[in-house]
Design a protein around this ligand. Structure first.
Ligand SMILES: [Zn+2]
Length: 343
């Protein structure tokens, strides 16, 4: 198959569940964002269930989960909670879910540490980190008002996290989990976040892909204030390539949109999309430009402040990639803003 094809399941309504296969449930959890849902999965595991990802913290998520517990789990508890990565829609409600069932959280250590640091910083900002962040946005050519708004947004995202579960169990690349007697291999990828975990079961031919592979939209790959010279796009492209080791007829269960077939084609499409962006940036840097000017070229529409955050980070990730390839040069201009130009 050389196309990306939606698998033949009815998409559940928000808050509802569809059975993908015996022992695999697909829960469509609502989100109060432009991306208005996250797909969560439940795997039957003998006398209990393994939950994969959680939703954001708060009463709406809890209500949906409680109705799922009542109607779909056959009276069995959730015995393990897996978070693919530290983003709020995946990890936000983990504290509640783990407390509710007295179940452990399984997550990679870098993702847990990242979330711990993010929440500590949001609740009690370190002045030095705040200064670094404002400077990061300023270097991109963003005005001070927008930069301050973005700092506030990061505080409001922190409010969508429950207290993180203590004593998590660590997931790591290559390890296997036994679920209902079957092996699920953990595949850790860098680029969207620092150590995102996907789960692959060869026996079932199923990949629970988190945000690593989505069928239509491309996951955000951003350089962030915490690592302004980081090159996450390099890691991301490598991680897409590495997934080609999986069979093309794998059923992919992603965190957003819909389950699909055509893994290899989708991996190619994602890579091609980034190559197009790199080409467009190279053309656009014939004259010196800053990140905010380049964002307008990459995304020629009105962007919300949050889109600007995502788009700016993504643009910077591509620029850092081109810098590492020595295709462009960068310098600070007289206003302390980074300028980029082709070499
Ligand atoms: Zn994510």
């Amino acid at each position: 198959m050389n196309a990306v094809v939606a698998a033949d399941f009815d998409t559940p309504a928000k808050g509802a569940v569809v059975e993908i296969a015996p022992g695999i449930l697909w829960l469509r959890m609502p989100l109060p964002f432009e991306l208005d849902h996250i797909n969560l999965y439940l795997l039957a595991d003998g006398d209990g269930w393994v939950a994969i990802d959680c939703g954001i913290a708060g009463p709406q998520t809890e209500q949906v989960w409680e109705s799922v517990f009542d109607e779909h789990l056959q009276g069995k508890p959730v015995t393990r909670v897996i978070a693919t990565h530290s983003h709020v829609d995946h990890l936000g409600a983990a504290g509640w879910l783990c407390r509710y069932w007295d179940a452990p959280l399984l997550i990679t250590r870098p993702e847990y540490d990242f979330a711990t640091h993010f929440l500590a910083e949001a609740h009690a900002p370190e002045p030095e980190e705040q200064v670094d962040r404002v400077q990061f946005f300023h270097h991109m050519g963003m005005d001070a008002k927008k930069a301050t708004t973005l700092l506030d947004i990061s505080g409001s995202i922190a409010g969508l996290f429950d207290v993180l579960p203590q004593d998590p169990q660590w997931l790591s690349h290559g390890m296997s989990l036994s679920i209902a007697g079957e092996r699920w291999q953990v595949i850790v990828s860098e680029g969207h976040t620092i150590a995102h975990a996907s789960l692959y079961c060869a026996d079932k031919g199923v990949l629970i892909s988190g945000d690593q592979v989505l069928p239509r939209i491309s996951s955000n790959v951003s350089t962030r204030a915490q690592d302004p010279d980081g090159n996450p796009l390099n890691h991301w492209l490598g991680s897409l390539d590495a997934l080609k080791i999986l069979p093309n007829d794998t059923l992919v269960l992603p965190s957003h949109e819909y389950p699909f077939f055509g893994l290899h084609r989708r991996l190619d499409q994602l890579t091609e999309g980034h190559i197009e962006t790199l080409d467009l940036l190279l053309q656009s840097c014939a004259d010196a430009r800053n990140v905010m000017q380049l964002v307008e070229i990459l995304y020629p529409r009105k962007l919300s402040i949050f889109d600007l955050f995502l788009g700016g980070g993504e643009c910077l990730a591509h620029l850092n990639y081109l810098l590492a390839e020595q295709k462009i040069e960068r310098w600070l201009d007289e206003n302390d803003v980074h300028q980029y130009r082709c070499i």
